[in-house]
Design a protein around this ligand. Structure first.
Ligand code: 5GP
Ligand code: MG
Ligand code: MG
Length: 185
């Protein structure tokens, strides 16, 4: 879905499709170098990371593996609760594996801090983090992020995998949703 299709519902476009693709190509080149002699497992966090996983993984030239987890931290609302539940676990045994968690966005960082500890406890050789987007509050949490696509302001964003009430994930830009959309609810 193109931004033009929902123009009246968007206040701003923070990252275009072209900007995201160009940045992910840079990050993929870094990953190619950093994991050249390692067997890398990308762990995507459903559902938001589907787009970044698809684009990043195809820009990496190494023969990597992929697996998926689904966790819930937000419930139905727009605030992080800090309570993380595993909705779908990995199929892969992490013993001795080099893991790169692939995320759509880090807001409070609560979900990710929990996830990193959880994966490390399974005996992974290394657990690092890649995120397409990062908000200012993420700096308050002591979780090291190895690769960041874009630092963005503290707005609720949609598109490129990110939803509002399960919609707009297929929007091909990262945009700020108009408050009028929330007001209807
Ligand atoms: P955190 O635990 O870092 O606060 O939040 C992590 C998760 O909350 C993200 O993976 C994402 O699913 C959701 N989230 C955080 N900020 C936003 C946002 O601006 N828009 C949307 N759609 N989801 C967000
Ligand atoms: Mg996420
Ligand atoms: Mg969501």
């Amino acid at each position: 879905m193109k931004a033009e299709a929902i123009k009246s519902e968007l206040v701003d476009i923070l990252v275009t499709k072209e900007q995201m693709e160009a940045r992910l190509a840079e990050i993929a080149a870094e990953i190619d170098r950093d994991y050249a002699d390692k067997d890398l497992l990308l762990v995507g966090v459903l559902k938001g990371a589907i787009m970044v996983m698809a684009d990043l993984s195809r820009a990496i030239t190494l023969p990597i593996s992929m697996d998926w987890m689904a966790v819930s931290s937000y419930g139905a609302g727009t605030k992080s609760s800090g309570v993380v539940r595993i909705l779908k676990d990995l199929d892969t045994d992490l013993q001795g594996r080099h893991v790169l968690i692939v995320e759509d966005i880090i807001d409070t960082g609560l979900t990710l801090a929990w996830l990193k500890r959880n994966l490390e406890a399974r005996g992974a050789a290394s657990v690092k983090i890649m995120t397409a987007l990062r908000k200012p509050d993420a700096a308050k949490v002591e979780v090291e992020v190895a690769y960041v696509g874009f630092d963005i302001p503290n707005d609720f964003v949609i598109g490129y995998g990110l939803d509002y009430a399960e919609k707009y994930r297929n929007l091909d830009v990262v945009g700020v949703l108009s408050p009028s959309v929330y007001a209807d609810k």
